[in-house]
Design a protein around this ligand. Structure first.
Ligand SMILES: [Mg+2]
Length: 133
């Protein structure tokens, strides 16, 4: 899959890349450090990703702000967007589902647990009918 990964923390980005390469998954990951950068990528005319993995707490434009803009766009609103966060805040979860998400995944602190969880998430989406494909 082509995955747009929106995350401000470089260590988190390293973790995802490490997981994908360690599990020998053939996903192509495009990185964006915040919602603004992600929108620029999505509007650049380059081909759209299959799914979006979105962090919530980011500078400049937060995950929920990005999500609102995405869902107001007639083309981009179809992109399955999965929240990947450490926030167990129920208000965040409700707000995201209200705006429209495809999933809400809480990142485990232990690397091994993170890897297992991410493996399941990516496998699931890889079995889905995707908008682009
Ligand atoms: Mg963050």
């Amino acid at each position: 899959m082509d995955i747009l990964f929106i995350e401000d923390d470089a260590i988190e980005t390293m973790k995802l890349n490490r997981t994908v390469s360690k599990l020998q998954l053939k996903h192509n990951i495009t990185e964006a450090k915040n919602g603004e950068e992600a929108l620029n990528i999505l509007k650049s005319g380059a081909s759209l990703p299959d799914i979006i993995l979105l962090d919530l707490n980011m500078p400049r434009m937060s995950g929920t702000e990005f999500l609102k803009i995405l869902k107001e766009d007639d083309v981009l609103k179809y992109l399955p967007t999965i929240i990947l966060t450490t926030s167990e805040n129920r208000a965040d979860l409700l707000e995201c589902y209200k705006i429209g998400i495809a999933g809400y995944v809480i990142k485990p602190l232990k690397y091994e647990d993170y890897e297992n969880k991410l493996k399941k998430v990516l496998e699931y989406w890889d079995t889905n009918e995707l908008v682009k494909a």
